[in-house]
Design a binder for this molecule. Structure first.
Ligand code: UDP
Length: 259
């Protein structure tokens, strides 16, 4: 394969120039980071699973009319996406108290919230992604009021859909992070869902045991990270029954064939 131009390398993904103008290739790495990249590690096979899980969720969101950047999965670790201008806001949706919310406000982890909360964090590694309000977003022009309206609207619809999707497979959607981007068409930008949706950016707890099936296993040194991600994929019907390591085995075979 010809060498592709790398556009950007993030903590868990690399973006390459795509085959057509306005497209990119999103490559999922096995690298994991936490606490603003102070903790670093590798979860073998994570990228393969996240690529597949994210493909599945974006495809389903498309069927309910959520506009998104995903076009198609190319192989085990790559997907073709539309190039967007990422809005520098991480949108966190919370159904159950956990993580930074529990820490900041002293609310016990696992407490069901009486209503869903949407929070915004300014994407800036040097500042440690600080929590911001609509006022900051408007004041500094990170997104327009209209864009924020669309973002909040989509975030709630995505949350409703994903709560149901995961509840159907015995998983509680505690919280998750979304990112949005501007898709430019003839001087007009429309906001669409971007980035990825995977256990890296969601808190997913088993409905019965509250076992964590997400990146908190890595953050908190609980072990069994890849098994947890595989369990999410398996419950979503993305792994054949009884073939727990099939995704990773396939990748090993592909590498042996040199492709
Ligand atoms: N999250 C994320 N990327 C970030 C920060 C948070 O994907 O840079 C996700 C995280 O996985 C969780 C949700 O957003 O599902 C809320 O995270 P929280 O604010 O509790 O922060 P954390 O405890 O991860 O520091």
């Amino acid at each position: 394969m010809t060498r592709r131009r790398q556009i950007y390398e993030g903590k868990a993904k690399i973006l390459y120039e795509g085959p057509e103008p306005g497209t990119l290739i999103q490559y999922f790495k096995d690298d994991a980071t936490a606490f603003n990249a102070q903790k670093k590690g590798t979860i073998n096979g994570k990228g393969v699973l996240n690529n597949r899980i994210s493909e599945h969720i974006f495809t389903l969101l498309g069927t309910i009319g959520i506009p998104h950047h995903f076009m198609r999965r190319l192989n085990m670790r790559e997907q073709l996406i539309r190039q967007v201008e990422i809005i520098p806001i991480e949108v966190v949706i919370r159904n159950v108290a956990a993580g930074s919310l529990s820490k900041r406000l002293g609310i016990e982890e696992g407490q069901q919230l009486p209503r869903t909360i949407i929070e915004y964090y300014y994407k800036d590694d040097a500042l440690g992604d600080p929590l911001v309000t609509d006022e900051h977003i408007a004041c500094f022009g990170w997104a327009s009021q209209e864009e924020m309206h669309d973002i909040a609207d989509m975030a709630i619809r995505v949350n409703d859909f994903m709560c149901g999707l995961f509840a159907g497979v015995g998983i509680k959607l505690v919280d998750f992070k979304l990112e949005f981007g501007r898709l430019w068409e003839n001087e007009y930008a429309r906001v669409i869902l971007a980035d990825e949706i995977s256990p890296d950016g969601c808190r997913l707890w088993d409905m019965v045991t509250n076992e964590k099936l997400d990146k908190d296993r890595f953050r908190r040194d609980l072990g069994g990270e890849v098994e947890a991600y595989q369990e999410v994929a398996r419950r979503l019907g993305l792994l054949p029954e009884g073939a727990d390591n099939v995704v990773l085995d396939l990748e090993t075979q592909r590498k042996k064939r040199g492709r």
